[in-house]
Ligand binder design. Structure first.
Ligand SMILES: [Fe+2]
Ligand SMILES: [Fe+2]
Length: 377
């Protein structure tokens, strides 16, 4: 620990999140509790009928949330739907916890809930992109131009805020939200590696190996993220700050669960990962600049430094050895690579905007600090 660092008490907020939730309870909070109850029901598929009242109340709320989110743009509804979807999707990863948590991993009922949310949500997402225009582009040219632009984009107002204004509390808030992905990063990539061997597959494996520190926990990227959080005495458990995660960030995770789950979307996933790796260094340079301005320790910024180096390489590999060869192999479907790329960018930008909004609100209102004091008194 460095003496100029403050300890960040969000961990305590998280521990008391149930108290906080009960104060601001809404119909979505109640429905989320019902969902958790269903999730924890042993052999759920055979007990859906026996839980008819919970099920029908939950499903009513789900339906009204779908129209509130995708017809009226209600943020609470977006959040509720993405949290439920994530609650189902996360069962595809192993969390080294109680094995009974996975009893309903292949539940048909949960699968039908996922279908309902995904169908409405994905239609809404796709409607924001001019798919017909994408089907006409010169794919290789489009990918090369986009990657060149996203490698070093002009600074947005959000980037400026992070670089020039964000306080140490804001930095910790950023770590708390980003830890949702940072502590399990690379997990999504692990889900699409099996199958026929070729150069594309080997490049993807190479990226995964680097994300996973070539099998050494001390070099795994998530370990560097954990070290940053430990510098501030933060909770380093995965999902430790789940309640702070905006729906826009959850949507990125859920979108990746979908495109890695369905091999039909392999080109979309590959295009999306190309954007993710290409655009990483520019985002991480913002965070590194903030950490340097705040005179934080090396460990408190190590993850960003590592990624600026490694993701420049990963971005090149993804473009040259994955996306462009796939464009050649699948000429009539190749536009899906651009769709995946553009969607990942759209969703990442939206998530980055939401994260900065959340940090600014917390900084301006001091709401986090007030909340902590209330809980402690
Ligand atoms: Fe990484
Ligand atoms: Fe990477």
């Amino acid at each position: 620990m460095q003496s100029n660092l403050i300890r960040f008490p969000i961990a305590e907020v998280s521990e008391h999140s149930e108290q906080t939730l009960s104060k601001t309870s809404t119909k979505y909070d109640c429905a989320e509790q019902q969902f958790k109850q269903l999730l924890a029901t042993e052999d759920l598929d055979n007990k859906v009928d026996a839980q008819a009242s919970i099920v029908s109340e939950f499903e009513d709320t789900l339906q009204s949330a779908i129209s509130a989110a995708y017809e009226k743009g209600c943020d609470d509804a977006h959040l509720f739907l993405q949290r439920v979807l994530y609650g189902i999707n996360r069962l595809k990863l192993f969390w080294y916890d109680d094995l009974r948590h996975y009893n309903n991993e292949r539940s048909l009922y949960l699968s039908s809930l996922r279908q309902q949310i995904e169908a409405a949500w994905q239609n809404w997402e796709l409607a924001q992109i001019d798919v017909a225009a994408l089907q006409q582009v010169d794919v290789k040219d489009a990918l090369i131009k986009r990657a060149a632009e996203d490698l070093d984009p002009p600074l947005s107002s959000e980037s400026r805020y992070i670089r020039e204004e964000m306080s140490v509390h804001g930095y910790c808030d950023l770590l708390a939200i980003a830890s949702f992905d940072g502590l399990v990063e690379g997990s999504r990539l692990s889900r699409i590696l099996g199958g026929a061997a070729n150069e594309v597959q080997c490049t993807l494996v190479r990226v995964l190996l680097e994300e996973y520190g070539n099998g050494r926990l001390s070099r795994k990227h998530s370990t560097f993220f954990k070290a940053m959080m430990a510098e501030f005495g933060m909770n380093t458990e995965p999902e430790g700050y789940f309640d702070l995660v905006p729906w826009e960030v959850l949507a990125c995770a859920n979108h990746n669960f979908l495109v890695t789950e369905r091999k039909r979307y392999f080109l979309r996933y590959s295009g999306g990962l190309t954007y993710f790796e290409v655009a990483g260094p520019a985002a991480y340079r913002n965070y590194l600049t903030a950490a340097q301005r705040l005179q934080l320790s090396e460990a408190a910024m190590g993850y960003w430094e590592l990624h600026i180096r490694e993701d420049e390489r990963h971005g090149r590999w993804m473009l040259d050895d994955v996306a462009l060869p796939l464009a050649e192999q699948y000429p009539s479907d190749a536009w899906e690579l651009v769709l995946g790329y553009d969607q990942e960018k759209l969703m990442s930008d939206r998530a980055a905007g939401a994260v900065v909004r959340s940090i600014r609100e917390a900084e301006h209102s001091g709401s986090l600090i007030k909340e902590i004091e209330q809980v402690q008194n």
